[in-house]
Each structure stands twice: as structure tokens, then as C-alpha cells.
Design a protein around this ligand. Structure first.
Ligand SMILES: Cc1cc2nc3c(=O)[nH]c(=O)nc-3n(C[C@H](O)[C@H](O)[C@H](O)COP(=O)(O)OP(=O)(O)OC[C@H]3O[C@@H](n4cnc5c(N)ncnc54)[C@H](O)[C@@H]3O)c2cc1C
Length: 264
């Protein structure tokens, strides 16, 4: 059961941050999908609803996604659907069901850095950055490697890119967590970006393998390289060996979907 002693919806981000760091068991509320399945005593629950962080907007160089945006908005918003083939919309569409996606927030989903995330692989291959209140702007890939520190994720920044990205995953049944997932981006100059998640560790770029693909290595060779480059493990959803084999399948599938067969 979750108990909340005090609920506050601050009017400024400064106030929200001061409240967050004031006590160990003060915390930010997203859509509460994850918070409510646990058991904890929350001293002050901080709701970001008054901070106007619910937006998806674009300018010439970037797309900005506010932390209070729901996963469903990411799924159906035309800016996101049209960005590099819609890999982000595609990825989040696998998460639980529409009602759930109407509630779960982008800020919570990215800040929590879940290993099973269906959002992080697509964000990674699209070179996303995060804006944190205290930590400032940083590449998502660096944020994912960083030690946990109390902070507030304000927005996700997507630089505009020319190319196509796809998301793919393997799950035992719809609505379940993925056994393995990933995303691949192919730029207009045949540059590739590959991220694999649910290993079961969080999504990571396969930097050496994507460089090899760019320099003409065959996709069979690159699929083997990804398995050597990234670490895979075992949990209740799948063994390390199974994940490694399925990762190779995902890599080849995604390569075909981004039109990679033309390079062969
Ligand atoms: C049953 C279930 C199944 C799921 N299945 C999947 C799945 O298949 N694929 C997938 O990708 N995801 C899955 N998820 C995760 C889900 O997509 C959301 O990422 C998750 O629920 C967190 O979003 P929320 O808005 O519910 O956050 P909350 O539960 O409200 O918060 C989660 C954490 O994030 C912190 N937080 C919230 N907002 C911020 C912020 N702006 N800055 C810093 N910290 C913040 C909170 O303090 C809390 O610690 C699942 C979740 C549940 C409960």
C-alpha cells in the first residue's frame, strides 16, 4: 500500500525541486502507474501538473517533449509519428493498453531508466537529450550511464534528423514486458545507429557494431558483433542464450525494415 502524508502541486519548478530534496521520502508524481504497484510511505508527493510541462512542440532544429506528456500523446501526436518514420510512437504502442498509456508520463518513464523500456531504444537511436532541472541538458546515452541522483526531468529534446528509424521487440504476449527490444536508425547517408534494450539491462548503443555496418560489414556479421559487444543476462522472461539468439533476429529484421537490404 502507498501512503501519502502531504500532496503539493507547486507553482514553480524551483519550489518543486526544493520540496524534492527536502526529505528522503519526498517524491515527484508522474501518472503513478509504477508508484502505486509498490508499497511505500511518501512524505510529500509533488505533482508537476501546474508547471505546463505537457507539450510536444517543434522548431527548425528540435522537437521538445515536456515531462508531463503522456505516452499516449507520444503515440498519436503527428509530430512524433512523422519523425524519422515514427519509431517512438511505434515503441510506446506496445506498452500495456491505451488507458494505461493515457496515464503514464514521459518524464517518469525516461527518468526511471527501466531496463524493459519500450521508449528508450528509439530515443537513443534518435540522439535524444534530456533536460534536468539540476543536471541541465545532457545526451540521453550519458544520462543512462549516470549514477542515480534526485532531480526533475523537465523535457526530452529530439534533434531533427534525416533518415528512418524502426523499433522492434519480442514479447511472450501483448501487454507483457519485452524479452528483448531495440531500435535502428538509418540516415540518408547510410549511417546507422543501433540500440538494444531489455537485455534485461537498460537500452544501450552498440557503437562498434553500428560503425562496422556503416563501413560495409554484412548484417550477419554485425548481428554477431552486437551480441559480443553488449552484455546479455537471464531473468524470468528469458535466458542470456535465448536473448543473444533473439537479438540477432531483431537486428536483421530491423535492418530489413530500414531498407538496409539495399546495401547488401
Ligand atoms: C504494470 C506495468 C506494466 C508496464 N509495462 C511496460 C512495458 O511493457 N514497457 C515499458 O516501456 N514500460 C512499461 N511500464 C512502465 C510505464 O510505461 C511507465 O514508464 C511507468 O509506469 C512510469 O510512468 P508513470 O507516469 O506511471 O510514473 P510514476 O509511477 O508516477 O513514477 C515513477 C518514478 O518516476 C519518478 N518521476 C516521475 N516524474 C518524474 C520527473 N519528471 N522527473 C524525475 N522523476 C520523476 C517518480 O518519483 C517515481 O520514482 C509498465 C508499468 C507498469 C506499472
Amino acid at each position: 500500500m502507498v501512503t501519502i502524508k502531504e500532496y503539493i502541486a507547486p507553482k514553480t519548478i524551483e519550489e518543486a525541486y526544493e520540496l524534492l530534496i527536502a526529505r528522503k521520502n519526498n517524491l515527484i508524481l508522474g501518472g503513478c502507474g509504477f508508484i502505486k504497484i509498490g508499497s511505500r510511505n511518501i512524505n510529500t508527493a509533488i505533482d508537476l501538473c501546474n508547471l505546463s510541462l505537457d507539450y510536444i512542440v517543434e522548431n527548425e532544429e528540435e522537437i521538445l517533449i515536456g515531462a508531463d506528456t503522456t505516452l499516449r500523446q507520444l503515440e498519436i501526436n503527428n509530430i512524433i509519428k512523422n519523425h524519422c518514420g515514427g519509431a517512438i510512437s511505434q515503441g510506446v504502442s506496445y506498452i500495456v493498453g491505451v488507458q494505461f498509456r493515457n496515464m503514464a508520463r514521459v518524464g517518469a518513464s525516461v527518468f526511471s531508466r527501466y531496463g524493459f523500456s519500450d521508449l528508450l531504444p528509439s530515443l537513443l537511436v534518435l540522439d535524444a537529450k534530456v533536460r534536468l532541472y539540476k543536471g541541465g541538458v545532457m545526451d540521453l546515452k550519458d544520462f543512462l550511464e549516470k549514477k542515480y541522483e534526485k532531480d526533475i526531468l523537465l523535457e526530452v529534446i529530439l534533434p531533427k534528423k534525416d533518415g528512418i528509424a524502426v523499433y522492434d521487440c519480442l514479447r511472450k504476449s501483448s501487454g507483457d514486458l519485452p524479452i528483448i527490444n531495440g531500435a535502428m536508425f538509418k540516415g540518408n547517408n547510410c549511417e546507422y545507429v543501433i540500440a538494444i534494450g531489455s537485455r534485461p539491462q537498460r537500452a544501450k548503443l552498440a557503437e562498434k557494431s553500428m560503425e562496422a555496418l556503416e563501413y560495409g560489414a554484412s548484417i550477419d556479421k554485425v548481428a554477431d558483433m552486437v551480441v559480443d559487444e553488449l552484455h546479455f543476462g537471464t531473468n524470468m522472461r528469458g535466458s542470456r542464450e535465448y536473448r543473444e539468439e533473439m537479438c540477432k533476429v531483431l537486428i536483421k529484421r530491423m535492418h530489413d525494415k530500414v531498407g538496409g537490404y539495399h546495401d547488401r
